[in-house]
Design a protein around this ligand. Structure first.
Ligand code: AMP
Ligand code: ZN
Length: 502
């Protein structure tokens, strides 16, 4: 591997731009907080996930191996999550009770559905698959063991309602966020559930005793469920070791989630947890915080999905390009104007690929004239990425390369080979115009097959009823029944859900 500048990233823990230096040289171990699967992930979530994807890609481009772990949260993430000891309802349980939740047999079914949807969106935006994608509900035993150990070490205590982390026992609490309090907002304005037996309002739950909770497990502390923060401590250390190189997530996680992860993990091991903490600033859409009521809330499928399903059928690579058009640590305003420029730029790369293929097939034997200029473009792209993922600069150097090529009328075989090599390297780094994560749109199922099929059958049943063909309508109902779907007719039309198997 040719020499390259250090890989600089802004470390939230020190507040400085620092070289990323894996403990095992050339082998990066990183963890990135994944989604809570109570709904479809939105494009803001994906801005954060793509930051991790770009770190993995850049590390590989300089010849490092990477072990990349990103979790799925499917229990314990409560609605009041800007407070260390979150209150409110479990996001999963709340989703099950909503209108969208009606189609699911139970909360596990809902989690599976949205985790599958997440995987598909992840692939469609050409993010690399993590080496491990652990789920909180599949690591309950490990979380219980960690909590027992924290109690043993004097970092946690039990009350009638819960087991809490004792913040006073960990002197460095606050070292990531600067916040040593329980809450960033005035407690008086919040409706926070208070346990009178909590020693300190900053203490946060590791285990909540609750035999009414939809997802509950037996533990030495009674039936209940784990707090949200403990899952990431346990799963990151299980797959990456007690002390690893990099931990990432969106800026809202600095406090409380990551602050609490540090307290738990370092309390457990007595060692430093992650060396580098990388946080992505929030995405806004058309100048405002995304919100359904403002009409500026978009999931990946809202933008890339087919029009027949309410999508806008936009090239997924253009969405990816738009999401990285601003550097991860600056606030970013996603606009449809940028998106339309991105569509053109992605098409430009895709056209260059065709020119290269044509040159490889039919080009003449003239010597190469492009290789040196393209090498310089790639070097500038890579160096921009090594400089704290400066994606705007990296993209402009890549676009410069594509313009050099489109200026040519035809390519010799030798130049076409150079173009092909440059395209592959640039794509491996930015993932911008060709799938390299194993996803194949030609063979992939992009539809959520069960619900599509059910919706079609319900439409056919309605059409049969309108035509007073009740025999056909009953037949369709039987078919749905055999598929395990229960249909309920309401004044607003039919609703359906999968029948519970237990
Ligand atoms: P959640 O599913 O809420 O646990 O969020 C998954 C990830 O997306 C976390 O790292 C969040 O910090 C991040 N995130 C949530 N909203 C945004 C946003 N608007 N822009 C960027 N990242 C976000
Ligand atoms: Zn996490």
């Amino acid at each position: 591997m040719a020499s390259h500048p250090p890989f600089l990233l802004q470390n939230t823990l020190t507040g400085k731009l620092e070289p990323l230096e894996p403990q095992d040289s050339n082998f990066l171990r990183m963890y990135s907080c994944g989604p809570t699967v109570y709904s479809y992930a939105h494009i803001g979530n994906f801005r954060t996930f793509i930051t991790s994807d770009l770190i993995v890609r850049t590390a590989r481009a300089i010849g490092w191996d990477v072990r990349y772990v990103s979790n799925i949260t499917d229990v314990g993430h409560l609605t009041e999550d800007d407070v260390a000891d979150a209150g409110g309802e479990d996001k999963m349980a709340k989703a099950l009770k909503s209108k969208e939740g009606e189609q699911f047999a139970n909360v596990y079914d809902l989690a599976r559905y949205y985790a599958d949807a997440l995987n598909l969106d992840w692939q469609i935006l050409n993010l690399l698959e993590p080496d491990v994608r652990p789920r909180a509900t599949e690591h309950i035993t490990q979380q219980i063991e960690a909590i027992e150990k924290l109690i043993e070490k004097g970092h946690a205590y039990e009350t009638a309602d819960a087991v809490y982390f004792d913040v006073g026992s960990f002197k460095e609490y606050g070292k990531l966020s600067g916040n040593r309090e329980a809450n960033q907002l005035e407690e008086s304005v919040r409706d926070i559930v208070v346990d009178p037996n909590k020693r300190d309002s900053r203490d946060f739950a590791l285990w909540k005793k609750d035999d009414k909770h939809l997802m509950q497990w037996y533990s030495p502390f009674g039936r209940g469920f784990p707090g949200w923060h403990i899952e990431c401590s346990v799963m990151s250390m299980q797959y990456l070791g007690e002390h690893f190189d990099l931990h990432g997530g969106g800026e809202d996680l600095i406090f409380p989630h990551h602050e609490c992860e540090i307290a738990q993990s370092e309390g457990l091991t007595g060692k430093p947890f992650a060396d580098m903490w990388v946080h992505t600033r929030f995405l806004q859409v058309e100048g405002a915080k995304m919100s359904k009521s403002k009409g500026n809330f978009f999931t990946v499928r809202d933008l890339t999905g087919p029009e027949s399903k309410g999508g806008r059928n936009i090239n997924p690579f253009a969405v990816r390009l738009a999401l990285i058009s601003g550097q991860y640590r600056k606030p970013y305003n996603f606009t449809f104007k940028t998106l339309s420029d991105c569509i053109q730029n992605v098409e430009r790369f895709q056209a260059v690929e065709k020119v290269a293929e044509e040159g490889l097939k039919n080009g003449d034997d003239a010597p190469d004239t492009l290789g040196d200029a393209l090498d310089s473009c790639y070097e500038r792209t890579l160096h921009a990425m090594l400089d704290d993922l400066n994606t705007p600069l990296a993209i402009s150097a890549a676009l410069e390369g594509s313009k050099l090529i489109t200026k040519q009328e035809t390519l010799s075989k030798a130049s076409a080979e150079k173009v092909k090599a440059w395209l592959d390297k640039t794509n491996a780094l930015l993932g911008l115009f060709k799938y390299d994560n194993g996803y194949n749109p030609a063979t992939a199922t992009t539809e959520d097959t069960l619900s599509t099929k059910v919706e079609h059958l319900l439409e056919a049943r309605q059409a049969a009823r309108n035509a007073r063909d009740y025999a056909r309508a009953d037949e369709i109902r039987d078919e749905l029944d055999q598929m395990g779907i229960e249909v309920k007719d309401t004044p607003n039309g039919p609703t359906w859900k999968k029948k519970a198997k237990i």
